[in-house]
Design a binder for this molecule. Structure first.
Ligand code: ADP
Ligand code: MG
Length: 242
């Protein structure tokens, strides 16, 4: 069974059709890299997966749960799919470890002791054992984004969604975030990653999807598609971002 299944999914904002009958099936353990021009629907596709956007047509099933099945189910889906945004969105008034422990306490009902222990483990995993008690504004962008990844992982999602996680970072801070994402991929996490990092797509992606105007224009193995783009628009897009 697929982890994520789009069946003719449509999403519009008013008259603007942003996802146009998208069919897409993602298996457990796949690392899907999503690229495409600005406005092609990448963020909307991600946001539909964790029910931040409501779909208008078709069916979308995440780990066996249909996103249209109602409020209680939507809550379940949010727990299944962790999301990391371009702007890290940490709670500014909480320390790193408090940011990470927040989710498991609130939504998984973990005890404070357990949540803090888990948070410390996850911060160590993303290389921030020494920074647990710092507030977000005392951390670099790369460190904040790693806290955000730890925070998403703390809820024990089955899928991780990344929306341009390195776009707000200076080039020298991007690698530390990409390395954490690579480690996660190597552990077998199912991931959908919107990014312009073509090196990451090549090295870590198991699948590359090129979106255009709300549909999937190209879908295949990253290396093949990057080395030999099957259409002119993908070729031009890649020349642009590399
Ligand atoms: P991408 O991430 O590929 O740049 P988006 O999914 O953000 O594309 O946006 C696709 C289209 O949907 C754009 O035309 C954008 O203006 C529109 N859109 C996205 N979110 C909203 C929203 N909340 N309300 C209205 N239009 C939106
Ligand atoms: Mg976007």
């Amino acid at each position: 069974m697929s982890m994520i299944e789009f069946k003719s999914v449509s999403k519009s904002f008013g008259a603007n059709v942003v996802l146009d009958k998208v069919d897409l099936s993602i298996d457990q353990g796949e690392v899907v890299v999503l690229i495409g021009p600005s406005g092609s629907g990448k963020s909307t596709l991600l946001r539909c997966i964790n029910a931040l956007e409501e779909i208008n047509g078709g069916d979308l099933i995440v780990d066996g749960i249909n996103v249209r099945a109602g409020k209680a189910k939507v809550r379940e889906i949010r727990l299944e799919a962790g999301m990391v945004f371009q702007q890290f969105n940490l709670f500014p008034q909480l320390t790193a470890i408090e940011n990470v422990a927040f989710g498991p306490r609130q939504v998984r009902g973990m005890s404070k002791t357990e949540a803090v222990k888990l948070a410390a483990e996850l911060l160590a995993k993303v290389g921030l054992a020494e920074r647990m008690n710092n507030f977000p504004n005392e951390l670099s962008g790369g460190q904040q984004q790693r806290v955000a990844i730890a925070r998403a992982l703390a809820v024990k999602p089955k899928v991780m969604l990344f929306d341009e996680p390195t776009s707000a970072l200076d080039p020298e801070l991007r690698q530390e975030v990409l390395r954490v994402m690579q480690a996660l991929a190597e552990e077998g996490m199912t991931m959908v990653v919107v990014t312009h990092e073509i090196g990451f797509a090549r090295q870590v992606g198991t699948r590359l999807i090129f979106m255009e105007n709300g549909h999937i224009a190209v879908d295949g193995p990253p290396r093949e598609l990057i080395d030999n783009p099957p259409n002119q628009r993908l070729k031009e897009f890649l020349q642009h971002v590399e």
